[in-house]
Design a protein around this ligand. Structure first.
Ligand SMILES: [Fe+2]
Length: 171
């Protein structure tokens, strides 16, 4: 079934949003590197990679449906943050906005009766639940240890252990 033009356009915008997320997380990774928190920087690098995979998953889906992808322009991401907590508060705000977009896209797929798109978006809906809960947990930990005290060093060690999730992101 050919995809409706309206859906192809909406997916171009979602692909842009996923790449924009990737770009934001890479910017956050550089902030952490410049602030000597390599574990957090590592976590953000994985996040950057995951977002790139999200964009690519949709990109492949559009091509798989025989439609063409139009890559849209990206904005320069934020790069000024006060501390680690502020970075993760921004991540939470950002991911909540992404969740709202995905939910809207799903509603559109339902209204347009596009079943394959509904199925691929269900994967994204689950992914958003996981993303948000992970970020909330990190925010809670940052609130416990504080962003400026010596305990941030221990939390940084823990962030360094996030496994590379290439395989999982490809599921
Ligand atoms: Fe994403």
């Amino acid at each position: 079934m050919a995809m409706k033009e309206k859906l192809v356009k909406a997916l171009d915008v979602q692909i842009q949003a996923e790449f924009q997320s990737a770009y934001l997380y890479l910017s956050m990774a550089s902030w952490f590197t410049e602030n000597s928190l390599q574990g957090f920087a590592h976590w953000m690098r994985i996040q950057w990679h995951e977002e790139t995979m999200h964009a690519t998953k949709l990109y492949d889906f559009v091509h798989g449906r025989g439609a063409s992808v139009t890559l849209l322009a990206l904005d320069a991401p934020d790069r000024k943050f006060k501390n680690a907590l502020e970075v993760f508060e921004s991540v939470r705000t950002h991911e909540m906005a992404i969740t709202a977009r995905i939910n809207e896209l799903y509603e559109l797929a339902v209204n347009e009766k596009d079943l394959p798109l509904q199925i691929v978006l269900q994967w994204f809906i689950n992914e958003q639940v996981e993303e948000e809960s992970q970020v909330i947990e990190i925010i809670e930990h940052l609130k416990m240890v504080g962003s400026d005290g010596p305990a941030i060093y221990l939390l940084d060690r823990q962030m360094a252990s996030r496994p590379s999730m290439t395989a999982r992101a490809m599921e």
